[in-house]
Design a protein around this ligand. Sequence first.
Ligand SMILES: CC(C)=CCC/C(C)=C/CC/C(C)=C/COP(=O)(O)OP(=O)(O)O
Length: 350
Amino acid sequence: MCKYYCVHFSMLVVATSGAGFVLGSGSAIDFAGLCWTCTGTMMVAASANSLNQVFEKHNDALMKRTMRRPLPSGRLSIPHAAIWASSVGIAGTTLLAYKANILTAGLAASNLALYAFVYTPLKQIHPVNTWVGAIVGGIPPLLGWAAASGQISLNAWILPAALYFWQLPHFMALAYLCRSDYAAGGFRMLSFTDASGRRTALVALRNSLYLLPLGFLAYDWGVTSGWFCLESGLLTLSMVAMAFSFYRDRTAKGARRMFHGSLLYLPVFMSGLLIHRLTEDEQVQKEPNSSKLFGFLSSENLRLDRENDDEIIKTRKESPIRNHTRPPVAYASVAPFPFLPAPVYADCDL
Ligand SMILES: CC(C)=CCC/C(C)=C/CC/C(C)=C/COP(=O)(O)OP(=O)(O)O
């Protein structure tokens, strides 16, 4: 009994990139910048999705979930799709480079490459593909943050981490429900070699547990107020409970509950982050005492820290470039993963 669900991953990718932009903004959100960033992300994501479908045309034709897509159903030719993918990818990356910055464009292009040229072939080679795919899905908020602030600091990683850990239970539930379909398409998912579903459910449970500290870290690193810590803790406990129940009840019903619960989790988590986000001024007020977890608490370090904060505030005031995050912590770099949203059409027992 297959129902057909369309999970519009592209829209999700754009939403996460937009959320990253807002979180990486200071007190005032640059709405034009937000629109350009979302448009550029959507274009690069569309390119990545199209390339994925070009490369998987024959596999998609073998799966109930995907056989009605434009390429396997013959509504679109491969050259047509490839020309579209290249043009929209180049245009989206160029748009991000001009309207945001090179860092954002580089992240987008690298994520496209990771998705289309690493993740996509890996799906037919090894179950590790799901973890690589989770990296791809985690990058879009980083794009948004980089577009808003011109940099990637430690606290930019909260939403990407949430997306990474969230995707594992989400895709494990999907892979469990669609395991015969994936096998027919020639994809090597973990659920394929895990007849009892135990390992699949354990991965879902473990990664749901990894989501637990993120609310506290968002608070501790000055991204949100303490309310988010509380709300995200409660929300994540319900995700953990669903994953645990899937582990105990490894049936289509348990997997379906996990899948639908994960669909609800992400928008609520992101809304909480946005509602409780701290503006630049609020962050500056919090910073002298910040990071109870990672701050080095000797009085000498605190004194140096305050001096550093004063210097940062002075620099921010003088600089025309918006620099919203606390610089010392680590510029986790111009890491080469871009993101793209891929529509996931679930045609299984969801
Ligand atoms: C800016 C930019 C490049 C963003 C990319 C974001 C992106 C593509 C996220 C997709 C995440 C993912 C692993 C989806 C599943 O793809 P799948 O191939 O398993 O889906 P399918 O089986 O439905 O084809």
